[in-house]
Design a protein around this ligand. Structure first.
Ligand SMILES: [Zn+2]
Length: 350
């Protein structure tokens, strides 16, 4: 793409305007100030976007000096994105509006006619809205050709982390450990998320064969699947809520603290958050983990904050919807790259 072409520059400015509105309602004057684009151009762009149904004009803004303008905001219902989460047993489908609000959520067993069930669910949940694409958390062999395209595959840890970041703002250098039937992790750094697929295979104990062929991996020691087997239960909810399995979780804390400590030091992480179903463990066990972790970290890291997810079960679908919107509508990555190029050019005075 040649950014000096007027048509491309116009497209980029539209994206910048939409991204500003995604953060909250704003007047034209304020957008003009934030983007450094004159008010007349902003007015023209806004009119176009209103005519196309992407944004809406609301109440008058009396908060700033001068003649009050109307506040602009994203028209949430102007389109939808899908997110899919595929586990061994079930496929969860959710549809969200243009601000990432989950509108509907359904779950289908993978046994039975899953293709037909999904097709019907997608039709029903699409209505007559514009569909921008899908974000999918699924094993590599899951066929995505049935899903509304374009499709991005994302990891469970990234989706959950994205939901936390969206709720609480910037969380720089935070390590996210997604603890569910399997182990996954992601790291937030410089405003982006990095998936850490190898985290599950950190050496956390001496033995225990892992599906990767290695020995003593964290996955083989404490994944939800392994712990459910140890406790003789078939759901993680049972494991977390029933006090009689407390000893199984307690035993898992030592390898977990060891793996976290190693990762924190390797990444220079400044905080850690547990997400996923197993993050909902009792306060008692959570404080035990916190103590253990602080006892194995080097002295200068002793104050490292350890958190638990606030979003609970909805985190994955909320985060996936945000990632689909980023990728297919707001094009966040493209804008970030352009900003980086711009600041580089101005530093070089090109
Ligand atoms: Zn392994």
């Amino acid at each position: 793409m040649d950014f000096s072409k007027p048509d491309n520059a116009r497209k980029i400015n539209r994206l910048r305007l939409l991204s500003e509105l995604r953060k909250g309602s704003v007047s034209k004057a304020e957008i003009s100030r934030r983007l450094g684009i004159n008010k007349v151009s902003i007015g023209e762009m806004a009119k176009e976007l209103i005519d196309e149904g992407f944004i809406a004009e609301g109440e008058k803004d009396f908060s700033s000096p001068g003649r009050p303008g109307r506040l602009l905001s994203i028209a949430g219902n102007s389109g939808r994105v899908f997110s899919f989460s595929v586990s061994e047993k079930a496929v969860s489908v959710s549809v969200s509006d243009m601000l990432g609000m989950v509108l509907r959520f359904e779950r289908y067993p993978r046994s039975g006619d899953i293709a037909e069930n999904l097709k019907r669910a997608i039709e029903r949940m699409s209505g007559d809205a514009r569909i921008y694409g899908s974000a999918v958390v699924a094993p590599d062999d899951f066929d995505t050709s049935l899903l509304p395209s374009p499709v991005i595959r994302i990891s469970r840890a990234e989706a959950e982390a994205m939901s936390e970041i969206n709720r609480s703002g910037e969380m720089d250098r935070m390590l996210f450990l997604s603890w569910s039937d399997t182990i996954d992790a992601a790291f937030a750094e410089n405003g982006t998320l990095r998936h850490l697929p190898d985290f599950a295979h950190i050496k956390a104990q001496r033995d225990g064969s892992c599906s990767c062929g290695g020995k003593g991996c964290l996955e083989a020691a404490i994944s939800g699947n392994v712990l459910m087997q140890k406790a003789g239960v078939s759901s993680i909810k049972d494991l977390v809520r029933n006090n009689s399995y407390e000893h199984v979780l307690m035993e898992a804390m030592k390898p977990l603290a060891a793996a976290l400590s190693e990762a924190v030091q390797a990444l220079s992480a400044e905080s850690v958050m547990l997400t996923g179903e197993l993050s909902q463990l009792s306060d008692n066990i959570f404080s035990y983990l916190s103590e253990l972790l602080h006892s194995v970290l080097p002295p200068y890291r002793k104050e490292l904050p350890l958190y638990r997810s606030h979003s609970g079960e909805s985190a994955q679908r909320e985060g996936a919807a945000i990632m689909a919107l980023d990728a297919f509508f707001y094009r966040s990555l493209l804008l970030e790259k352009l900003d980086a190029i711009e600041s580089l050019s101005s530093a070089l005075q090109i």
